[in-house]
Ligand binder design. Sequence first.
Ligand code: ADP
Length: 194
Amino acid sequence: MLNIVIFGPPGSGKGTQSKLIAEKYQLVHLSTGDMLRAEIARGTEVGKQVDKLISNGNFAPDDIIIDMINHEINAHKQNCNGFIFDGFPRTVAQAKALDVLLAEHDKKLTLMLDLHVEENVLIERLLKRGLTSGRADDNLEVIKKRLEIHKEKSLPVLNYYKNTGRYVSVPNSSTIEENFEHIVHLIEFSICGF
Ligand code: ADP
């Protein structure tokens, strides 16, 4: 079983790379951003609670996120090669909760991939995406806020994974394909050591 966290600032390509990884290794792709947007679109209680927070670029509450992930792990625990967690964990509380949830199923996190992209490239990509994504948070003001919040909150999460030996840094690449190739090498290395 392969359980992977993909981490990085907004616009770093987490979603794009997650889809490719999920396809190659037959993993279940869990994107907390997608799940939250689906809750908002369905007008659920959770959707109502998080709508404003997300539109303003703030994080959703940890308990809501952890409940959603718990639910999805349980829903897919049979017959699954593992999970790729996209946009989760974003806080140390979430990271610790993930370890507990996996341990409840006698599973462990294989590795955490940390994506690096320069800030001007991130802003450019997100503004471009905003033209077609219809996302309330893909506008310059909220993009800048999301990047600030990421910077402010990411260090403790990175340190948590560095201290527990599962952190892997993914070098910045110019194309999706090159980035994916790097990631596959890193995954293969973590599985078989070469
Ligand atoms: P991006 O990485 O581009 O910000 P996502 O789709 O991963 O896009 O997340 C969109 C928004 O959803 C975030 O800005 C945040 O408000 C909320 N969100 C997603 N995942 C989490 C999480 N794990 N914890 C808290 N909030 C989250």
